[in-house]
Design a binder for this molecule. Sequence first.
Ligand code: FCB
Length: 458
Amino acid sequence: MSDKFPTGVLWGAATAAYQIEGAARTDGRGPSIWDVFCDTPGKTVGGENGEVACDHYHRWREDIDLMRRLNLQCYRFSISWPRVMPTGRGAINQRGLDFYDRLVDGLCAAGIAPMITLYHWDLPAALQMEEGGWEHDDSPHWFADYAELIFNRYSDRVARWITLNEPWCSVDGGYFHGAHAPGVRDRALGYRVGHNLMRAHAQAVSRYRASKHSRGMISFALNTAWFFPETNSPADIAAAERALLNFGGWFADPAHFGDYPAVMRERLGDMLPRFSDEDTRLLRRSMDYISLNYYTSDVVRYKHGAGLMDAEICTPPEVQRTEMGWPVYPDGYYNLMMWLHTRYGLPLMVTENGAAMPDKPDRTGYVDDQDRIAYLQSHFDAARRATRDGVDLREYYVWTLMDNLEWSVGYEKRFGLVHCDRRTLKRTIKASGHWYADFIAGACEKTRRLASPAGAMR
Ligand code: FCB
């Protein structure tokens, strides 16, 4: 049995605009809901915000250099909607667009294929304050107009696209428990926001496919855990299946089949909005590939009355956990990849996978993060097994290039392959970064020569 990945898999890293760019008030960028949220006392740990972050907006050349040293073949980043359209609609900010032009050109010149996420949670604040943001049923049109601007500008050089990052998190964090912007707590509104997000995804995909440069692949980034049943009892097995459909299926089913999973319709009743025929038509087959962001899994058991799915999380306390407290389950990752493959039958791009660890830099800033290497290694092994068992893995993006703003938990939770000193912003490649560079060089010798920046889509 081969210990290599199939030839042609590309290896990269992922970031998001608000987490790394900084320059929050530079060159005409408008505020986003995350600027407003971070400015509200008590919302983020230590009152941290993305004003400066990693100052990637000014240091992007150095950062591309880092990517080269890591041997990255592809790089996923997000465009800040309020940087290019400061109020979300109408006026365009050329200086914002120019920044991403420089970045895309720099990546292509370095032989690194760019993947663009259109929306990684930083909604222009004006849309939220004036119109209620994603709660508004017209929000999909605003998003599609913004998406079209971006497609027209960059798809001559970019062939990999993600409409939305993790709509589940936008709803769960932003509208269920309120720990993410815009910090609302209202379940019914949350389901409506999720609904509009999926309508927005579908409309953006349809604009992409209608555009003249649409030779690439487009999807949205799905995050979900895998759920292990606690026992082999039919009740536990059924509870685990419901939990999965209520998490990953909530967004992936509409984007492939055109509607929510039946179990959600049954159990949520009128709280779950209905798609129009036109929505359903646009949604069906609106993923060219599964874009999976995977971190963790859980164990569940059947318990009457435990949430809407009668499923209770009962992950053993002694299981290994990352700094986020997330259980480490590479087998869950494997199971999930197989499940997605069977249910949707699409190629797979892992668009985030990584771990926060208790990094301790030495005096030079070097971090010997053997625990992160172990996490990545075990998850790569799971992915390799999945490719052997039929999963068509195309690309793999480790989260994340460098330590950055981990949303409401601030800068203390670090996922980077590269350490970024909070005071000096000096970048130092961690042991995991060196390990990854060697892995890419060794495992994928042949692939590297294939990677033409915009192309290399099979
Ligand atoms: C994902 C987000 C990403 C990062 C990682 C740790 O949910 O997409 O921005 O915060 O988690």
